[in-house]
Write a protein that binds this ligand. Structure first.
Ligand SMILES: [Zn+2]
Length: 237
């Protein structure tokens, strides 16, 4: 059941497809979205006008799949400015992640590690899953330390190949927080400007192959060595 909750005056509209968002929470939702937009604009040094954005909220991934044909918890349409997210008591994908995908249209697509790494860079925590199925919010770096400790760590070098990314981790519960932590380390070490140049220098499933050489051209270090440096930075053995 489609219900238009609010049409915009500040550039953010919200449509709830049966997702629970009471009237009293709408203003807060919009303020959060606008504050995330401001952070992203500042962090990525964006100068273009921000497009109007419409949020489509679904109570669960099944409803979202039925309505949109996409079974991820969140996705965007960069052409129309639409953000489609699952929004319920446990999963609320209204953070910066999807906004980053939307607001980086001018950068094109990068490979999945950098693409999801950049989108997660503005999120403070990853909403992960414990082995008993319960959810837990922790910083990306802490998740990486846990993956190393429990043996579920997936080498970034392998994830760097877009053809392997989903093969190695169907749900993205390891690859996403790892990509985010890796991306943050690279920004701290090499600066956001260089990272954005690197980001836009290769596309999704780059036809010339896995962009290991491009990485080295831009940062002067191999992906392999950067991965070792990053894990040292996190104090991981
Ligand atoms: Zn994403």
């Amino acid at each position: 059941m489609k219900k238009i909750l609010d049409t915009d005056k500040t550039g953010v509209s919200i449509i709830a497809f049966g997702a629970y968002l009471p009237d009293s929470h709408i203003e807060e939702f919009r303020q959060r979205a606008n504050s995330n937009i401001r952070r992203i604009v500042g962090g990525l040094m964006l100068t273009d006008a921000i497009p109007s954005i419409t949020y489509h909220l679904y109570p669960d991934v099944e409803t979202k799949l039925a309505e949109t044909g996409e079974d991820a918890n969140g996705h965007v349409d960069r052409e129309t400015g639409d953000i489609f997210i699952v929004y319920n008591g446990t999963v609320k994908c209204d953070g910066p992640h999807e906004l980053v995908h939307l607001l980086t249209k001018h950068l094109g697509y990068s490979n999945l590690v950098l693409g999801e790494g950049l989108a997660e860079y503005f999120e403070e925590n990853w909403n992960g899953e414990e082995s008993d199925g319960s959810r837990l919010r922790l910083p990306h770096d802490d998740w990486v330390r846990r993956f190393i400790a429990d043996g579920s760590y997936i080498p970034i070098c392998a994830l760097f190949d877009d053809n392997e990314f989903w093969e190695l981790d169907e749900e993205g519960m390891v690859s996403y927080p790892e990509s985010a932590s890796f991306f943050r380390y690279l920004v701290v070490t090499y600066g956001m400007e260089r990272m954005l140049n690197l980001y836009s220098s290769f596309g999704r499933r780059a036809p010339e192959g896995v962009p290991y050489e491009r990485f080295e051209e831009h940062l002067g270090i191999s992906v392999e060595q950067a991965e070792i440096d990053w894990l040292n930075f996190l104090h991981c053995p």
